[in-house]
Design a protein around this ligand. Structure first.
Ligand code: ZN
Ligand code: ZN
Length: 280
């Protein structure tokens, strides 16, 4: 199985538009591990469309508890369970992830109990383990090392960029963040940096479209990055490829002011091979 990154859901924010992209989720297959990063709405469909059996779910990481990153965590696990999941799944998330999961299981208690009795399924509450992490090492197992860096996404304090290293390859996810220079060191030498990006014009369009304009503009400016800033991080880090996602698709001209390297603009279902271009 070649190492690859699949951008399952590439937009930021919880809203859906007709025929448009889905909120944040990614699939990282590295060193034989099947890793989901963030579980925005649509993640379950995305995993299936990427050709992954839901029974193969292995590791799930959540960067922060904004709904466009976590809303479908419970439904993903529950759907995998009804599809025959029988092996443990480890979920790593910020403080509060365990609370979300326990309450989800409570909300679905009728269905969970009846399927255990009626269909003889194992107890999903025992199959799924939740580990809450802070900054630093999240987990190291079978050659996979995952590190977390707290980023700048007010008013959310527990929002973490994640770095995955395996067999000399590395992929970093910025999570949602305003321009955050320490992210460059955290990303040093990475094969891929997946970074959020917005445009000044994009903010004005979004603000015009939604009701609470002033508040939204304030949040976007304080808590998210411009494409030029994402490019600056990738350049300072010496990353090999920059993948832009989350807020704006039309940002090539802006990011080219600060980033001259390989560039991918995310769209749902897009595959970025880790091995092929590394060998090329
Ligand atoms: Zn977001
Ligand atoms: Zn967020």
């Amino acid at each position: 199985m070649p190492d690859r990154l699949v951008l399952l859901g590439s937009k930021g924010g919880p809203a859906l538009r007709p025929g448009g992209p889905w909120p944040s989720s990614s699939l990282l297959e590295i060193g034989g591990r099947c890793i989901i990063v963030d579980c925005g709405l649509g993640v379950t469909r995305g995993v299936v469309d990427a050709g992954i059996s839901l029974k193969a779910l292995d590791l799930i990481f959540i960067t922060h508890l904004h709904s466009d990153h976590v809303l479908e965590l419970g439904p993903l696990l529950h759907t995998a369970w009804t599809a025959g999941l029988a092996t443990p799944v480890a979920v790593f998330g910020p403080p509060g992830t365990g609370h979300y999961w326990r309450r989800f299981c409570q909300a679905m208690e009728f269905d969970i109990e009846i399927r255990i009795v009626d269909e003889g399924r194992p107890d999903i509450r025992e199959l799924v383990s939740i580990s809450e992490f802070g900054e630093g090492e999240v987990v190291e197992q079978r050659g996979l090392k995952v590190m977390a860096l707290r980023v700048d996404h007010p008013p959310v304090t527990d929002c973490f960029a994640l770095r995955f290293d395996h067999g000399g390859k590395s992929v970093v996810f910025s999570a949602d963040t305003a321009f955050f220079p320490p992210l460059a060191e955290f990303t040093a030498g990475a094969d891929i940096l997946v970074h959020e990006a917005m445009l000044e014009e994009g903010i004005e369009r979004l603000v015009a479209k939604t009701g609470n304009g002033a508040r939204l503009r304030e949040h976007l400016l304080a808590s998210h990055s411009f494409a030029e800033e994402a490019g600056r991080i990738a350049s300072d880090a010496g990353a090999k490829r920059l993948v832009l996602n989350h807020l704006e698709a039309d940002c090539i001209a802006a990011v080219r002011k600060t980033w001259a390297g390989d560039l991918t603009i995310a769209r749902d279902g897009l595959v970025v091979e880790l091995s092929s271009w590394k060998a090329a």
